[in-house]
Design a protein around this ligand. Structure first.
Ligand code: PSV
Ligand code: MN
Length: 425
């Protein structure tokens, strides 16, 4: 492992006394409000957000790509990168693989490597949005929804293979995101497209092992711009309900039209026990793939407010948390540290919210008080709780500063070179 645990502790030592002062002040403030900080610190220390294998390299726009060097070129290197994030922040204890970008040629070895870094395998992702050179049929006009049953059969078979790879690694969920749709009016019949998708998913569903789940990710546009086969949470919910108990909806924050009330969607899906997974990112326009919390941190907090409320008051099963982002400008590892931090901040703020008072304010139609309660929490700097949740598990008090002080990117470039390319889009 490229990061030496002892070096992290050395850097922590220099920061410790300031940290403990900040923490003590915050704890006092929270105690007055009846918040048990130690319990929250424990919950934060247990909270893990999976890292997608495709976020570890430089992304691109369709106009260009600006790699920073030292990208992980192999599956082993991707796992090592997630391992080092987890060493630093203690909150990135899982990796999500995309097949065929990350085919594990030796699953036993891949599993061992992940175990040695204390990492689990989150949902495996199928990919029928790109053609594979060794496959007969093209997905140009769709995959699970395609008009031709042979294309559908190939896409179904691919999903079954992905389940097999996932089984070999100890993963317990399959995420299906379809690029299927149309770009011109009249290109396809909406009903048949839905029915084909549903029938194809049924065949995949029968292959799920006992403890597995299938997550259906929706997206309103891109790469198709007139219609998408699974454009919204309603369609995802309809399909998941038809499939059965192992099928759930997956919310990707970037997969909504501007101003959509995502927190309300979260609340409704959890009420129906049908929210399965979450892809975090941020956006100004659509699927911009930006760092979580970089543009709309208040929205992220409001979403976590509903997530925590749903976790406490519904029977919705545990969620699969994942970042889904891709960057052209930042060091991908620094960016992922920022995303995880933003997610944890929103989670911690939602945990300290006085839900009883909010409920009372709602019952009394006290709109002003409801807003005061939410914004008071949102404006409380709870970062010392996060730092402490890392420290008690030997992580870094300040992950990004530590990453920079240890010159990790420089080291990665020295080992892997400036031209290594991470697979993906
Ligand atoms: C599609 O935009 C998506 O959000 C899906 O989750 C894919 O699996 C991922 O991006 C990577 O392309
Ligand atoms: Mn996604």
């Amino acid at each position: 492992m490229i990061v030496d645990k002892e070096k992290i502790q050395e850097i922590n030592k220099g920061l410790l006394s300031n940290h403990l002062d900040d923490l003590a002040r915050l704890k006092d403030k929270l105690q007055i409000k009846g918040v048990n900080s130690d319990q929250i610190i424990e919950r934060l220390a247990d909270f893990q957000v999976a890292i997608p294998s495709w976020a570890l390299g430089t992304g691109a726009t369709r106009f260009g790509r600006y790699p920073g060097g030292g990208e992980p070129a192999t599956l082993d290197e991707k796992i090592e990168d997630v391992g080092l994030l987890h060493y630093l922040n203690n909150s990135s204890g899982a990796i999500s693989l995309h097949i065929p970008w990350d085919i594990p040629s030796d699953p036993g070895h891949t599993r061992e490597l992940a175990q040695s870094l204390n990492l689990k395998f989150d949902a495996v992702n199928s990919n029928t949005f790109q053609d594979q050179s060794n496959k007969e049929h093209s997905y140009k006009f769709g995959s699970l929804s395609h008009v031709n049953k042979d294309v559908r059969a190939q896409a179904i078979e691919h999903n079954k293979e992905v389940i097999d790879y996932g089984k070999a690694l100890g993963s317990e969920a399959l995420t299906v995101w379809l690029a299927d749709g149309t770009t011109f009016p009249g290109q396809a019949n909406f009903r048949s497209s839905f029915q084909n998708t549903s029938a194809s998913l049924e065949q995949i569903y029968t292959q799920l092992p006992q403890a597995w789940k299938i997550f259906l990710e929706y997206k309103p546009f891109e790469p198709n711009f007139y219609s998408m086969s699974i454009p919204d949470w309603g369609t995802s919910y309809l399909l998941a309900s038809q499939l059965g108990d192992k099928a759930f909806c997956l919310v990707d924050l970037g997969h909504h039209l501007p101003n959509t009330n995502i927190e309300q969607i979260v609340s409704m899906l959890m009420m129906q026990n049908k929210l399965g997974g979450f892809h975090f990112n941020d956006s100004k326009y659509g699927d911009d793939d930006l760092t979580a919390g970089s543009i709309k941190p208040y929205q992220l907090f409001l979403i976590f407010n509903e997530l925590v409320d749903g976790m406490e008051n519904t029977a919705n099963p545990d969620l699969a948390w994942m970042i889904d982002a891709s960057h052209n400008l930042k060091d991908p590892l620094e960016d992922l540290l920022q995303s995880v931090e933003a997610i944890m901040i929103a989670y911690a703020q939602a945990l300290i919210l006085d839900r009883k008072s909010l409920h009372d304010a709602q019952q009394n139609n006290d709109v002003v008080l409801a807003q005061e309660l939410l914004q008071d929490v949102f404006r409380t700097d709870i970062r010392p709780l996060l730092a402490e949740s890392r420290r008690i598990r030997d992580g870094a008090l300040h992950p990004i500063d530590t990453y920079r002080q240890l010159e990790i990117r420089k080291d990665l470039i020295r080992r892997r070179g400036t031209n290594s390319v991470s697979t993906g889009l």
